[in-house]
Design a binder for this molecule. Structure first.
Ligand code: FE
Length: 200
C-alpha cells in the first residue's frame, strides 16, 4: 500500500498544475477527463481489439500500423494519450512489455497496471532474464522463439497482439475476447483454449 501523499507533495502538485495551465500545456479539466477514462478502461477493451484483429484483416492492419486509431475505432477516447504501438507475436517472435523506469502501461486500453508490473523485480528481471521470468509465469518458450523485450515509456505505450490459438476456428469476436487476458496483452502469457486438449 502506497503511503498517503504528504502536504508538501500536494502543494508542489498544485504549483505544477497552475504552471502547466498558465502555459497552456494542459487544463485541470483535461486531466480529470484522462483520469475518468482510465477509471473506465479495462483489459476487456484490449481483448476486444485483439479479437477483432483476429477476425478482420483490415482492422488487424490498422491495429499494427496505428494502435491509437484502432482504439478510437473501438470507441476509446485517446485524446492526449501517447501513441500506442502494437507488437505482433508470431511463431518465431514473442514480445514482452515492461516499463524499466516506472509503470508506463497502455492504460487507455488495459486500465491500471497490476502491482507486479510496477515492481522493481519485474522491471529489472524482465530485461535481464525474460525467459526465466516467463517460465515462472508458466510460459516456457522454445529456444527457436526469439523473445523481444519492449520498453514502454511516457512517450510511447505498447501492447501485444498475441497469436490466435488453434481450436478457436469459427468463434465469434465475443468468444475470442473471452480467452484474451490482461497478461496476454503484455506478453507474460498467451491465450489458451480452456478444457482438455483433444488427442492429436
Ligand atoms: Fe513508466
Amino acid at each position: 500500500m502506497a503511503a498517503p501523499p504528504r502536504p508538501e507533495s500536494l502543494a508542489l502538485l498544485d504549483r505544477l498544475m497552475a504552471a502547466l495551465e498558465a502555459k497552456g500545456v494542459v487544463t485541470e479539466a483535461e486531466i480529470a477527463e484522462r483520469q475518468a477514462n482510465t477509471d473506465k478502461a479495462s483489459p476487456e477493451t484490449g481483448a476486444r481489439m485483439v479479437a477483432r484483429a483476429w477476425t478482420d484483416p483490415a482492422y488487424r492492419a490498422l491495429l499494427l500500423s496505428d494502435g491509437k486509431a484502432a482504439a478510437e475505432q473501438m470507441g476509446v477516447s485517446m485524446a492526449g494519450a501517447p501513441p500506442l504501438g502494437v507488437l505482433e507475436n508470431t511463431p518465431a517472435r514473442h514480445h514482452l512489455v515492461v516499463c524499466t523506469l516506472c509503470s508506463c502501461y497502455p492504460r487507455a486500453v488495459l486500465g491500471y497496471p497490476p502491482g507486479w508490473y510496477k515492481s522493481f523485480a519485474y522491471r529489472s528481471r524482465a530485461v535481464r532474464e525474460p525467459r526465466v521470468v516467463l517460465a515462472e509465469w508458466g510460459l516456457n518458450l522454445p529456444d527457436s522463439v526469439e523473445v523481444r523485450v519492449v520498453d514502454s515509456t511516457a512517450d510511447y505505450r505498447w501492447m501485444v497482439l498475441p497469436m490466435r490459438p488453434a481450436g478457436t476456428e469459427g468463434w465469434d469476436e465475443a468468444r475470442l475476447a473471452s480467452i484474451i487476458t490482461r497478461d496476454a496483452l503484455v506478453g507474460v502469457a498467451v491465450p489458451k483454449v480452456a478444457g482438455p486438449r483433444p488427442a492429436a
